[in-house]
Design a protein around this ligand. Sequence first.
Ligand code: HSE
Length: 440
Amino acid sequence: MKPIKVGLLGIGTVGSGTFQVLKRNQEEIRRRAGRGIEIAMVADLNVERARELTGGACEVVADARQVVEHPDIDIVVELIGGYGIARELVLKAIANGKHVVTANKALLATHGNEIFKAAQEKGVMVAFEAAVAGGIPIIKALREGLTANRIEWIAGIINGTTNFILSEMRDKGLDFDVVLKEAQRLGYAEADPTFDIEGVDAAHKATIMSAIAFGIPVQFDKAHVEGITKLQATDIRYAEQLGYRIKLLGIAKRAEVNGVAGIELRVHPTLIPAKRLIANVEGAMNAVLVQGDAVGATLYYGKGAGAEPTASAVIADLVDITRLATADPGHRVPHLAFQPNAMTDTPILPMSEITTSYYLRMQVADQPGVLADITRILADATISIDAMLQKEPAEGESQTDIIMLTHQTREKHVEAAIARIEALPTVAGQVTKIRLEQLS
Ligand code: HSE
């Protein structure tokens, strides 16, 4: 059988990794896919570099439109990123009857509904294993391996840059700004790290996973997105003393408010018990914990970025498409795991309605009645305290830190209590609030 022909849009880190791995393992991949997979065309603005990387093995063009319009190309691999030209090219490829593989989480989290609908109508596949957690086959696991389950929740360390920064902050006791600079110097953080450190990249990935887990449309605009820029080394230390680690988690969870079903979709720094396996995922590694009603907890760990780990996911998609290209579209695995006519409109809950536990740090005057005032406010808001830590004031200081961990409660109750605590004359500045998940 003739090889299936692939057109690569962009041959940067992931594109060149894909080219190299396909070349190195071509015989194994052909035996698995049932026919050869050949990169026949590459589009990249840097034509010279692309020619060098591909060594004359395929046609190189500067204009990506030539690839999506080319009649010989069966699969377009979009590795450009962003949601401007990438969206246009993906939709054009679909309109031209080509299957698409993409690593572009930003594109799918924001325009996925439009893209999957177009693909469905045209009978082509859009595969995106590389868009979430790089080399970890989490899309395959959620969509196929766990298909028997009602997924209860997903919690993932799905951004390597921030996990690297948090690991360094904890190991070395350094503040965020110092570690970020070092991470940039070492190449662990981008020159413009905004999407990573502000939690946007993780929220894109959590949005995609929420759709697959719960059979809802992608709704990035409803996700709560909070990064690690305000996190202080002090809180990492206190958390450690209480037996917790702080990780940036992407969380998608079924919930119920007043008997009505909803979904929590949120990214924020989170305290998790230090003894959990996922709490020990260090450096730039990724991990995703999935709770299914039948299987229980399953954990997926690996590299979330990098040339060959991401290429591993891109090529897995190429093999899937190669195997299924001739199958009746109605019998393929649905893009978002659930059949398009069986999606639900379960709403994403506003943050005020989420339920979790909290770490609260308050700077207080060391005088009688302060603790009683604070605990009274928490009791009025029906918030139960789970643990507490108070340090002696430092030599010559009249203020000290009180740290409290709460039992599970509604975010709106905590917000109301914090406003009252901050109004106490004995409490200085703002209360630091970090959410806490037991993940069990
Ligand atoms: N920038 C991402 C990270 C990798 O730091 O994990 C690509 O999604």
